[in-house]
Design a protein around this ligand. Structure first.
Ligand code: NAD
Length: 694
């Protein structure tokens, strides 16, 4: 293999170039190459200035993911940065593409920076539970002050070249060839006396001492309950830039980085990062030919259909939207128009973009209008008979080779597919609400689904910027099956002595944005009631059944939309506990002869999490989920599972599988079937393995 870092001297300028495709990640070989070439450029008397550049599509876009979580071999990045910064000859970074993380830090250690107009610069480390470890926390605030530095590091969002120029983080913008522009700058700097300008000596960001301290205090207050240690550490390190000498600040940054990197949160976030990338590795993709999707049809313009149409329009597809009557169609179109109006009003898109997207939408009440469509996504009522009727109509009009995807939440896709003449074209593309925002797409593979249809689902997800996960046919697929277990565990505790508010608070404390009863109130209690009714016939009589939800629904208290559910929503100042629900709960306890007991926050969290992990393990054993990490991806992207916990399977790994299995076994005396540990626990435990090893 050719060297990942090369050095050539043009007149008196040394050009050090990184070539480590695809994204010039800062692997050990790159860091070593950089250190060596920087040193030889410094010791070459013919060299008066050094330009640092990268081949291919980008300046280094970050660390090498394969080295994540492992001890770094020297030279570590901060040593390379130190070499660049302490060079007695001026160093100039020529930045194009995405200079992220370590890549941006490398540029920050240079004395001058030239960036291509299209470049993006960012410090996204917080998204992996760590912080910039190559001096970023010390150099950025010295240039831009605390507020802008913290925005960059706490959001992890990249900024444009223009923004970087405005902030003073870069010195010059290049319109075309950034390496040429950097060479021109090098010649000017040489002509000007070869002045160096180490970032560590810059003070403009530190001058407003009070503003700096206030920005720190404000972020610290805002983030005081953030469970991620790296968030607090980023704030501490930026503060250190003001109060400590540079070297001491760097040492603090290094210690904080090491501490965060090996902690459970960063471990979980790295797992989430890799799990998402693994999820697209599914057997159907091997050797599959994609079906062409140019025109998309959506049937049903309700909550989901409208959201799915928006997602497709946003991705550039023309969409034919079908409703059963004119009124329904107008309501659906109105939802879509309102969405774009809101996006324009909030400045997310400009008016012309909104109009262009809407211009690709055709509304109709005639199924025949779907004849030219390549892919139909069905999102009508969750009712087997309604869906069967719609499937029959679609079978009659769809073109040969067209894909028929259903957005059903629970129904048996194989049973639906069996009712039409082309079961091989039927698949589940299960979106989550709101469909244009939520990232998850479960691609549900039926017994007869053609591999090409599955592969096309993964390709569609990529175009819609969704995170796809393969699921097999099962009631609720992956996500809603795990959700059902979560809710059942919560319902048992509710009947045994906890309150909805206590359970919700415990799960929020764990990191969920809202608790399970808040979710029910938001989504509508009638949806899960309908599912319970549908499954009533299949329920084993010995299984414990909690009827509290049914009793609430019988009152018409369907949640937020009805003003009442587990909470009362029609009061000023937000939802409050519903005393009538508490009375129903008490009555149910009396009827069941249950003496209420108290639950600690930890027990509530453990019961909910271990129930989820156990259901996830069952899904893996049944082949509904390909691997435990897929269960995690589903929960992370579709159900608000806190990213710093990595998903229920990761949480079980971190708790220890033996601990989880023992807890499940102990709870089995209460409810033998529900709490029965999946056999996967024993299989893994006896081999000294974890879910993460599968
Ligand atoms: P909804 O009631 O909001 O919308 C359904 C729409 O389908 C209605 O506008 C209705 O007029 C239309 N419709 C009914 N029969 C039709 C027909 N024959 N032809 C054309 N249109 C017809 O329901 P929703 O919440 O959007 O759910 C739709 C599907 O998506 C269901 O299968 C549901 O399980 C699933 N889903 C819902 C959610 C959610 O959170 N709401 C999430 C994921 C999946």
């Amino acid at each position: 293999m050719s060297e990942p870092v090369t050095l050539r001297v043009e007149n008196t300028v040394a050009v050090i170039s990184i070539e480590n495709p695809p994204v010039n990640a800062l692997s050990h070989a790159v860091r070593s190459g950089l250190a060596e070439k920087i040193q030889s450029a410094i010791s070459d008397d013919a060299v008066k200035a050094i330009v640092l550049t990268a081949e291919g599509r980008t300046f280094p876009a970050g660390a090498d993911v394969r080295e994540f979580g492992r001890p770094r071999e020297t030279p570590i990045l901060s040593q390379v940065c130190d070499l660049l910064e302490s060079s007695p000859k001026p160093t100039i970074a020529a930045v194009h593409g995405n200079a992220l993380g370590g890549g941006f830090e490398l540029a920050l250690a240079c004395h001058y920076r030239v960036v291509l107009r299209s470049a993006k610069l960012g410090l996204p480390e917080v998204k992996l539970g760590v912080l910039p470890g190559g001096g970023g926390t010390q150099r950025v605030p010295r240039i831009v002050g605390a507020a802008a530095a913290l925005d960059l590091m706490l959001t992890g969002k990249p900024i444009s070249a223009q923004k970087a120029l405005d902030l003073g983080l870069v010195d010059q913008m290049a319109e075309a060839d950034v390496a040429d522009a950097a060479m021109a700058m090098a010649r000017n700097v040489i002509a000007d006396g070869s002045k160096t300008r180490p970032t560590r000596e810059r003070v403009e960001g530190l001058q407003d001492a009070v503003g700096f301290a206030n920005a720190i205090a404000a972020r610290r207050e805002k983030k005081k309950n953030d469970p991620q240690p790296s968030v607090a550490e980023i704030i501490n390190c930026v503060e250190a830039a003001q109060i400590l000498p540079f070297e001491a600040g760097l040492a603090k940054e290094r210690a904080a980085f090491d501490e965060c990197e090996t902690g459970p949160e960063a471990t979980a976030m790295r797992h989430a990062f890799f799990a998402e990338r693994r999820a697209v590795k599914v057997p159907e993709l091997k050797g599959a030919t994609l079906r062409e999707v140019k025109l998309i049809g959506v049937v049903g313009a309700g909550t989901m259909g409208a959201g799915i149409a928006i997602a497709c329009l946003d991705a550039g597809f023309p969409v034919v939207l079908v409703e059963r009557d004119q009124d329904g169609l107008e309501r659906g179109i109105q939802r879509i128009v309102a969405n774009y109006d809101k996006s324009v009003a909030k400045g997310r898109i400009d008016a012309a973009t909104g109009e262009e997207r809407l211009s690709r939408l055709t509304g109709t009440t005639k199924m025949q209008d779907l004849a030219p469509v390549d892919l139909i996504i069905e999102a009508v009522f969750e009712d087997e008979q309604v869906k069967r009727n719609v499937f029959a109509q679609l079978d009659a009009v769809m073109k040969p080779g067209g894909i028929l995807a259903t957005n059903t939440s629970y129904l048996d896709i194989d049973a639906l597919a069996a009712t039409i003449s082309r079961p091989q074209d039927v698949v589940g593309y299960h979106f989550f609400s709101p469909a244009h925002i939520m990232k998850l797409l479960e691609v549900v593979v039926g017994g007869k689904t053609d591999s090409n249809v599955v592969a096309t689902g993964f390709e569609l997800a990529r175009k819609l910027r969704k995170v796809p996960v393969r699921a097999g046919v099962a009631d609720g697929f992956i996500g809603n099956r795990v959700l059902a277990a979560y809710r059942l565990a919560a319902d048992f505790m509710l009947e045994d002595g906890a309150t909805p508010a206590q359970i919700d608070a415990a799960m929020r404390a764990y990191g969920f944005p809202i608790g399970p009863y808040q979710v029910l109130d938001m989504a509508g209690l009638d949806i899960s009631w309908a599912r319970r009714k549908r499954l009533a016939a299949t329920r084993a009589p010995e299984d414990r059944y909690v009827a509290i939800g049914d009793k609430i629904c019988e009152q018409g208290w369907f949640g937020q939309k009805a003003g009442r559910g587990y909470y009362i929503h029609d009061q000023d100042g937000g939802p409050v506990e519903n005393p009538d629900v508490l009375a129903i709960v008490e009555e149910e306890r009396r009827l069941q002869g249950i003496a209420p007991r108290s639950f600690s926050e930890q027990e509530i969290q453990e019961r909910c999490l271990f129930a989820m992990a156990n259901e996830g393990a069952r899904l893996v054993s049944e082949g509904v989920a390909l691997r435990p990490s897929d269960v995690d991806v589903v929960l992370l992207y579709g159900y608000g599972f806190p990213r710093h916990r990595g998903g229920p399977m990761m949480a079980a790994d971190q708790a220890g599988l033996l601990t989880v299995k023992n807890a499940l076994t102990n709870w089995q005396v209460e409810e033998p079937r529900f709490w029965a540990p999946s056999p996967l626990f024993d299989e893994l435990i006896k081999n000294g393995k974890k879910f993460g090893d599968l």
